[in-house]
Design a protein around this ligand. Structure first.
Ligand code: TLP
Length: 340
């Protein structure tokens, strides 16, 4: 059976144009710093983010973990929202790699209130850990793809910097926010000391993410990428796909956001569906089904040809991307409604 795959935008496969770019990629040994495609990508991403330097990394997880490792020292505290990817889906890597303690703050759709952050920042007594870093996630995965309001980002960033705390933004899907708000990656990144974003999600590349920051920070991250086994050789093969994605697939993310909004609105008319339409900002839709365990619903809809994934601890997640056409979205809605 050919499924309509709404589990994640990570399932997108390289398009023909992207495969041609990969085929024609100029490559060299990036451990020697000699891969022209990687160097071009890093320069381009430094420019996009307005940071001094950028480092190509295999995954979004590695980008986030290198950021934590490079900003902190052992025993520091790192604040993030309670549903953050860094805290929930990265296999406790901050504890393993950076030996830091995570402080989680419950938010709404991934948005932390400044007063909740202020309360959790440690005073300087010797017996407290040092609050070193705040991690933001934009768009927010478990927040249902929600966009962090720019004023909230600004407020948190100003507070952090006034108190000697660094800010990292996990911008895995930052371009989904950009096409919706018109706020550029550079504008979002200006409030943080570092930002990471992914090419392997809605942008459609097979693998790869980027970490951007100042030169000292990227020098540390570069060393730690090697320590963690992420020093790649002819990775221009992947960087060329990322360059193609930046040139061709950014503006089209708006279509994915629109597909999600269409889907959300349609399923909200089903009385058994619990959904907050106001939280659907980009390419994800989270919902619950009254009186039906989610595993049961997900199996049922799978039998009918639609794949979905788990969202938060209770919700079901659907993600819209370039490998589901509008016709398929309409078909998914039809199948969905037929189950009630
Ligand atoms: N998210 C994946 C799963 O891990 C849940 C998905 O399907 O959405 N930051 C954010 C906000 C992410 O959503 C993800 C991937 C990552 C980082 C990690 O990226 P990868 O998978 O490249 O390590």
């Amino acid at each position: 059976m050919k499924y309509i795959d709404l589990r994640s935008d990570t399932v997108t496969r390289p398009s023909e144009g992207m495969r041609k770019a990969i085929f024609n990629a100029e490559v060299g040994d990036d451990v020697f710093g000699e891969d022209p495609s990687v160097n071009k990508l890093q320069e381009k991403c430094a420019e996009i983010s307005g940071k001094e330097k950028a480092l190509f990394v295999p995954t979004g997880c590695m980008g986030n973990q290198l950021a934590i490792k490079s900003h902190t020292i052992q025993g520091d505290e790192v604040i993030c929202e309670a549903e953050a990817h860094i805290f929930n889906y990265e296999t406790a890597a901050p504890a393993i790699i950076s030996n830091v303690q995570m402080v989680t703050i419950p938010g709404k759709n991934g948005v932390m209130k400044i007063e909740d952050i202020v309360k959790r920042v440690r005073s300087k007594e010797y017996y407290f850990p040092f609050t070193r870093l705040i991690c933001l996630e934009n768009t927010h995965n478990r927040g249902g793809g929600a966009i962090l309001p720019i004023d909230n980002i600004k407020e948190i960033s100003n507070f952090a910097h006034d108190n000697g705390i660094k800010v990292h933004m996990d911008g895995a899907r930052i371009f989904n926010a950009y096409v919706e708000t018109g706020i550029t990656v550079k504008q979002y990144a200006a409030y943080g000391d570092s930002i990471s974003f992914c090419f392997s999600k809605g942008l459609g590349a097979p693998a790869g993410s980027i970490l951007c920051g100042d030169a000292d920070f990227i020098a540390k991250a570069h060393k730690w990428r090697k320590i963690l086994g992420g020093g790649m050789r002819q990775s221009g093969i992947l960087a060329s796909a990322a360059l193609y994605a930046l040139d061709n697939n950014v503006e089209r993310l708006k279509e994915d956001n629109d597909k999600a909004k269409f889907f959300a609105k349609e399923i909200s008319s089903v009385p058994d569906v619990i959904i907050d339409l106001d939280s659907v900002h980009t390419n994800m839709v989270m919902f619950e089904i009254k009186n039906t365990p989610r595993s049961e619903f997900m199996s049922k809809i799978k039998e009918n040809g639609v794949l979905m994934s788990a969202g938060t601890t209770t919700s079901i997640r659907t993600v819209f991307h370039m490998d589901v056409s509008m016709d398929e979205v309409q078909e998914a809605v039809r199948i969905f409604k037929s189950l009630f």
